[in-house]
Design a binder for this molecule. Structure first.
Ligand code: AHG
Ligand code: MN
Ligand code: MN
Ligand code: MN
Length: 305
């Protein structure tokens, strides 16, 4: 399906907007479900990580609703082993709750969404839309399409019906930034992992950046990336000596976030090439992630060369 193609009489843009309509409407329900789901679910996900009850709730809520969107043909989630065939059309890949370990400390978390015009696992160049919800002091949603990057404030306007937290409600969405451009002068940085576990080349790059910018690391990629998008700078979860492919997943985290940053005038790299050019070779493949102001990503690639 290309930009002007239509499945039925809907364009790619229509389908991408329908996906983000669903994600926005689910945001207050996910937020309302968090307080009662701060415990481990007792299972691990395909990446071998502990799944919280909140991860399960967000995954199941979004899976049901996104699979039902007209002209969505595939659905995949960080929490699910394989791709679900849900009809014909675009492919949606989600990280239903990013930074769920922040539940314990009540820090920001998010939901990440990538809409690919190709079968999963796919290249980031097949993305036709991507974005994220940030569950911070307020709930915001960033949506990137070929037209640019916008930020919305999402508010629940009607409390759930008699059905309690699962009864849903309606939301009010107000666009607060029409087309986000990364600020020319970078201000903040945040790097995951531990210093002793960083490869030496990354450590020397990090030392330079630390002497120039302000540290902002909240432990959830979405929150840390949103600070970079707001103030300019760089966020990285780099290759580690203990994990040469880093921690973050290409399909559910790196591709969507790199798409947002590129559409906002920034860049994303795995250390050698654009993240969006990384060859997909598995639904849950991990990739070193570095995103932010283009000149800082260029310096990173020089440092790791
Ligand atoms: P998720 O909760 O979806 O598994 O993602 C967690 C990721 C990402 O949000 C964050 O950047 C990173 O884990 C933080 O890792 P550390 O706890 O090792 O800093
Ligand atoms: Mn996880
Ligand atoms: Mn995540
Ligand atoms: Mn997650």
């Amino acid at each position: 399906m290309s930009d002007d193609d239509s499945a039925g009489d809907r364009t790619v843009r229509d389908v991408v907007e329908s996906v983000f309509d669903v994600v926005a409407a689910a945001a207050p329900e996910i937020r309302r479900a968090l307080p009662g789901r701060r415990v481990e679910s007792g299972t691990d996900n395909p990446s071998g990580e502990t799944v919280m009850a909140a991860d399960v709730y967000a995954d199941e809520l979004l899976a049901d609703r996104l699979a039902a969107v007209d002209d969505v043909g595939e659905f995949a989630s960080e929490e699910r082993e394989s791709v679900a065939d849900v009809g014909t059309g675009l492919a949606v890949a989600i990280d239903p709750l990013d930074g769920s370990s922040n539940l314990q400390s009540n820090n920001a978390m998010g939901t990440v969404v990538g809409v690919y015009d190709a079968s999963l696992p796919a290249s980031g160049r097949d993305l036709v839309g991507a974005g994220y919800v940030l569950y911070g002091p307020i709930t915001t949603m960033v949506v990137a399409t070929a037209d640019g990057v916008r930020e919305e404030v999402v508010e629940a306007t009607t409390a759930p019906g008699e059905g309690g937290e699962n009864a849903g409600g309606t939301v009010t969405r107000s666009v607060v930034e029409e087309s986000i451009e990364l600020p020319a002068d970078p201000t903040v940085y945040g790097f995951g992992g531990r210093v002793p576990d960083w490869p030496p080349d990354f450590e020397s790059y990090a030392r330079e950046i630390e002497s120039e910018l302000k540290l902002r690391y909240g432990g959830a990629m979405v929150g840390d990336v949103n600070q970079v998008l707001t103030y300019g700078g760089v966020f990285a979860y780099p290759a580690l000596q203990s994990a040469p492919n880093g921690k973050l997943r290409l399909q559910f985290e790196a591709n969507p976030i790199a798409y947002v940053l590129e559409q906002a005038g920034g860049a994303g790299s795995d250390g050698e090439r654009d993240l969006l050019d990384v060859e997909p070779d598995g639904l849950h493949q991990r990739v070193p992630l570095h995103v932010g102001s283009e000149r800082l990503i260029d310096r990173l690639e020089d440092a790791l060369a």
